[in-house]
Ligand binder design. Structure first.
Ligand SMILES: NC(=O)c1ccc[n+]([C@@H]2O[C@H](COP(=O)([O-])OP(=O)(O)OC[C@H]3O[C@@H](n4cnc5c(N)ncnc54)[C@H](OP(=O)(O)O)[C@@H]3O)[C@@H](O)[C@H]2O)c1
Ligand SMILES: *[C@@H]1O[C@H](CO)[C@@H](O)[C@H](O)[C@H]1NC(C)=O
Ligand SMILES: *[C@@H]1O[C@H](CO)[C@@H](O)[C@H](O)[C@H]1NC(C)=O
Length: 363
């Protein structure tokens, strides 16, 4: 055994509160699932949290910032730090360690990632794989080194096996190859779950991950070539409206997706950070019955923007995965009465934001 190995194995195995909690949790309460209510403080925090949010300037990061600062999401004495790639390039281990040493977070929400829609993914699987692997390895190790007790990372339902039964649940992440269009991103994201399990087994850490479905909201990337389907549609409909041209939807319109509003996701992120006791990931999604086709999503955008022109479908463009219907049963067991913003209302708020911020929006 090398000296390096001896050193790492001789480190004391620290059981975090979370580990003992999750044991007592399943031991005493299973199978009557605990109904943990939003707002209960299950995890006893002796001193206020100092939370470092990586990717704090993106779609999800800005939503968390809004909930923390505008909706009273932060508690007395807490400190929240939102990082941009300008503060540190997290693909670089030295820069990552430096920014973690500077802020000494007790808790981390890890959002930073190379992110993109179907068409950007198909062009750059190698970049998606390498960049995300570096970012995740650096962030989790740097968090461990500064003794952060909790890290919540962000996976995605598009990383699940392509050939699967429905609905998809948390147990299926590693059950088969992901859709070939975004395999670089998917495998890199799946490895976060491996990281979390290994940090738990070998270092006693309680680092976990959430699995959101398609996210949308203010501050999204509205780029038509590289962005996700909904912001792309909003931007295209906005231009078509201005130019009096038809709205051309890419693909057949038949694929189905569950969309979660970024502000709902942000509220759930805070709950996970404070109270979710497991290392295993949890799907954050609206119900299966809320799934909509791309055609229905396009019609929603048309309505929200008051678009009056013609809508056509360009079937020469790829559809991507047909569906990835996910179950939110685990979430509902923990938070039985969490209410999601109705899709139409969230879409209207997002479209209004885009129109009002057209000049500065990412596009
Ligand atoms: N959008 C979705 O539909 C969706 C669905 C499921 C899961 N997710 C996950 O949710 C998380 C957040 O996604 P998002 O949609 O909010 O992404 P986003 O809007 O594209 O934001 C990405 C964030 O990551 C930061 N970042 C990227 N590369 C970085 C680097 N090398 N070093 C440091 N920071 C870097 C960016 O910083 P700058 O802007 O300062 O450069 C930005 O703050 C990601 O992990 C993503 O995989 C997203
Ligand atoms: C997840 O889905 C599989 C396959 O349908 C099923 O056997 C399993 O019971 C589900 N697990 C949970 C926790 O719902
Ligand atoms: C959620 O449920 C709890 C008890 O089950 C109740 O006290 C609380 O008011 C409910 N919250 C909402 C928003 O309905």
């Amino acid at each position: 055994m090398t000296a390096k190995h001896q050193l790492s194995y001789s480190k004391p195995f620290t059981l975090c509160f979370c580990v003992s909690l999750s044991y007592s949790f399943s031991f005493f309460l299973y199978p009557h699932y605990p109904s943990v209510q939003m707002g209960d403080n299950m995890v006893d925090q002796s001193s206020p949290m100092r939370v470092l949010v990586t990717g704090g300037t993106g779609l999800v990061g800005r939503a968390i910032e809004h909930v923390v600062k505008e909706e009273g999401g932060a508690r007395e004495g807490e400190e929240w730090i939102f990082l941009s790639s300008k503060d540190a390039n997290l693909m670089d281990m030295g820069e990552t360690q430096a920014v973690f040493l500077k802020h000494q977070p007790t808790h981390v929400i890890h959002l930073a990632a190379m992110v993109g829609g179907l068409f950007k993914n198909m062009r750059a699987n190698l970049d998606f794989w390498r960049n995300n692997i570096y970012i995740n390895d650096n962030v989790l190790q740097a968090a461990h080194e500064v003794d952060a007790v909790r890290v919540v990372s962000c996976l995605s339902t598009c990383i699940f096996p392509d050939k699967t039964t429905y609905p998809i649940n948390e147990t299926m992440i590693h059950n088969g190859p992901p859709h070939e269009s975004n395999f670089g991103y998917s495998y890199a994201k799946r490895m976060i779950d491996i990281h979390n399990r290994a940090y738990h087994q070998q270092r006693g850490r309680c680092y976990t991950a959430v699995i959101p479905t398609n996210v949308f909201g203010p501050h999204d990337n509205f780029n038509i070539e590289d962005g996700h389907v909904l912001p792309g549609l909003i931007h295209k409909a906005y231009i078509a409206q201005k130019e009096g041209s038809p709205l051309v939807v890419w693909g057949s319109g038949t694929p189905r997706r569950q969309f979660i509003y970024s502000l709902d996701l942000a509220r759930l992120f805070l709950w996970v950070l404070r109270e979710y006791p497991e290392v295993d990931p949890i799907i954050l999604s609206v119900g299966e019955e809320e799934e909509v086709s791309i055609k229905e999503a396009a019609e929603g955008v048309v309505e929200a923007l008051g678009f009056k022109g013609q809508v056509t479908y360009d079937r020469t463009k790829a559809d991507g995965q047909f569906k990835k219907t996910a179950s939110n049963a685990k979430l509902l067991r923990y938070c039985p009465n969490f209410t999601f913003t109705p899709f139409k209302q969230a879409l209207k708020e997002t479209c209004d934001w885009f129109v009002a911020n057209y000049d500065t929006a990412r596009k």
